[in-house]
Design a protein around this ligand. Sequence first.
Ligand SMILES: Cc1cc2nc3c(=O)[nH]c(=O)nc-3n(C[C@H](O)[C@H](O)[C@H](O)COP(=O)(O)OP(=O)(O)OC[C@H]3O[C@@H](n4cnc5c(N)ncnc54)[C@H](O)[C@@H]3O)c2cc1C
Length: 311
Amino acid sequence: MIQTNVSLRPFTTLRAGGAAERFTIVRTHVHLCAALAQAQAAGPVTILGWGSNVLPSDAGVPGLTIRNEARKIEILADGEVVADSGCGFQELFLKAAQAGLAGLEFAVGIPGTLGGALVSNAGAYRSAISKHLVEIEIVHEGQRKWVRPGWMEFSYRNSVLRRANPPNAAITRVRLRLETGNPVAIYDAAREFQRQRISKQPPSPSAGSFFKNVEDQAFAESLDQLPVALKAAGVTPAGYLIEAVGLKGHQIGGARVGVRHANFILNVGGASATDIRRLAEKVAKSVFDRFGVQLEEEVLYLGDWSGFRPD
Ligand SMILES: Cc1cc2nc3c(=O)[nH]c(=O)nc-3n(C[C@H](O)[C@H](O)[C@H](O)COP(=O)(O)OP(=O)(O)OC[C@H]3O[C@@H](n4cnc5c(N)ncnc54)[C@H](O)[C@@H]3O)c2cc1C
């Protein structure tokens, strides 16, 4: 069933943003592929997982938005897994761990779907989803096909589907290969990652890290106060730069820069998408003015932002 003018706020972890012009929820792979094939022929289509990495414009999202709840996971022989793109990333970890398969421990605490994880090459603790792929099924220009991982052009928190003008394609199913592991060690590693997360993550609605970390060896080495390990890795956490410009706790409307973790933008009560983006723009400008580096959003802006003004 397709509904019109459906608020996307409850479908995002930031709990902000406007309405989808048309909206539907799909719960099976067959239904997802059929809906995509039809929608791609007719106009713009937005696919939404758990909405944990997006900010829909207050002005709304034109065309059809498909919320993907197709979530079947099959564990095959030899460590191979075939999963619908709408399965929960953590559920995938749990199913794999129950089967004694290791490699997805980092997924614990990443609140999205497998499809959303692939689009941004989600990762944590020096692991990323792109390492475990065999093949990806997509619907591209209405055609269903399996492609090699190279099609996605993965890099740090990036893929071809994050480009300004991405291919008219969506991920429907994924084949992964995981390694056999000791279930106790798998759960122990996941528990430790979860423990570290809980100590850092604020409880208010957010989309996780708002900006990508800066990967630039010379820049990292130029920062006197940056810990030695980060200098050696050539990585400057966005949160380090935001804290350095004094914006921890800064607020615009209902949007606030996290105090516990400065790279989180929080909805502390009734934030509009405009509040959140204005705060993000202020953060990015302050960092640029002080350090000369342009922070790049990890969060994706959806819909019509043509009327947006930074202040
Ligand atoms: C508290 C918190 C902690 C987080 N921690 C991490 C972390 O440690 N590491 C990390 O990498 N991320 C993290 N995130 C960000 C986010 O959870 C991940 O990027 C997640 O993988 C997004 O999945 P999703 O289903 O919510 O995607 P959505 O937000 O629904 O969508 C993201 C983008 O992918 C597109 N998309 C979604 N599904 C498909 C599909 N099937 N085919 C094509 N396009 C699709 C959407 O159109 C959108 O452009 C965190 C978020 C929160 C709220």
